[in-house]
Design a binder for this molecule. Structure first.
Ligand code: TXA
Ligand code: MG
Length: 320
């Protein structure tokens, strides 16, 4: 059921079942982070491999000590600056965080999401919420309640409807290795904004499928079912595939060339707007039974870096 009933959401969560929750980034598939039965239901429903740990969502930065310890100064600075908001911190975990949540690691990923409905829900319950993005493993993240329903149909008691996600791209993940800040996943908080506050961050967002430091770094992830290419030379690729039914994903300007469908992310050329629209556009393209999706590479600065990273992971043989 899709509804905005917080009492019902609390009831379902209190009985160790799952609720899809809105956040400013993407919808999450949430359960009681302190209950292993609920956490196992998340892995089962998502078909998520157990080596891929979950993010724990708390109501305020004041609760950070309940789930994490030995918190570096720079982590506190970031928490105070950007929470509630699209930043996840990977910190040493308290023992209350089970191996089920952390996939056996001694760290926990934690954030305060910025959505009024979910913040109110977090205040009403007396446990944090473990919540990965509410999509089957490897699929595009959902940015509205209907996306969630299309994935999980009758397998979820409740999808809490908080409208379209404001940011539309997952949180940025920062960890610490010997107190040195490390970027594990590009997200909707631009790296430049983080470096403004704490100085240089080491980027470890590269593809390493054998041993991903953060499994969101798997090289193919967030992928549509339709074959997707990312390119600088869209016209050339269109010519090479002129026999196919093609949908294109563009940053700012429509193409004059005739194709089956065109999605423009921001006619104003605004990367924040493009981020908000990216996954919804991919969901639409993916539902159109196309032979091919061709996406235009975006300007590679600020949030554009994140968007190009997501497109690269959505594509088969990207030439980024
Ligand atoms: O915006 C978001 O972060 C959304 C909303 C729902 O909060 N959540 C989300 O969760 O994107 P998920 O599970 O799809 O991605 C979480 C990422 C995964 O790549 C996981 O590997 C990484 O966080 N992660 C979780 N715990 C970690 C840890 N202890 N160390 C390193 N990476 C971790
Ligand atoms: Mg995800």
């Amino acid at each position: 059921m899709i509804s905005d009933n917080l009492t019902e959401a609390k009831r379902v969560l209190d009985s160790n079942n799952l609720v899809a929750i809105p956040t400013e980034t993407v919808y999450g598939l949430a359960g009681n982070a302190y209950n292993v039965e609920a956490v196992e239901k998340i892995f089962a429903l998502k078909k998520r491999p157990h080596y891929n740990p979950l993010i724990v969502h708390i109501a305020t930065a004041d609760q950070l000590n309940q789930v994490a310890k030995a918190i570096p100064e720079a982590a506190l600075t970031l928490a105070l600056e950007f929470w509630p908001g699209p930043l996840t911190l990977v910190l040493k975990k308290q023992s209350i965080i089970s191996d089920a949540v952390s996939s056996g690691k001694d760290t926990v990923a934690v954030r305060v999401p910025n959505h009024p409905l979910t913040l109110e829900l977090l205040k009403r319950i007396d446990y944090p919420l473990a919540a990965p993005s509410a999509n089957p493993f490897g699929s595009i993240s959902p940015t509205n309640a209907k996306h969630v329903r299309s994935y999980f149909e009758n397998h979820l008691e409740l999808i809490l409807d908080g409208g379209d996600c404001e940011r539309g791209i997952e949180s940025t993940i920062i960890g610490f290795e010997n107190e040195t800040p490390v970027l594990y996943r590009l997200g909707s908080l631009a790296l430049e904004q983080i470096e403004d506050k704490i100085g240089r961050v080491i980027v470890k967002n590269q593809n390493n499928d054998a041993s991903p430091a953060s499994p969101g770094m798997l090289s193919r992830h967030y992928a549509p079912a339709t074959t997707t290419y990312v390119t600088d030379e869209i016209e050339k690729l269109l010519k090479a595939h002129s026999d196919k039914k093609i949908g294109v994903l563009l940053f700012q300007h429509q193409l004059k060339t005739v194709v089956e469908h065109q999605e423009v992310l921001s006619t104003a050329g605004d990367l924040t707007e493009a981020a908000k629209n990216l996954y919804a556009a991919l969901h639409r393209l993916d539902s159109m039974k196309l032979d091919l999706i061709i996406a235009e590479k975006l300007p590679d600065t600020g949030l554009g870096k994140t968007l190009n990273d997501k497109l690269k992971r959505a594509s088969k043989s990207a030439n980024l």
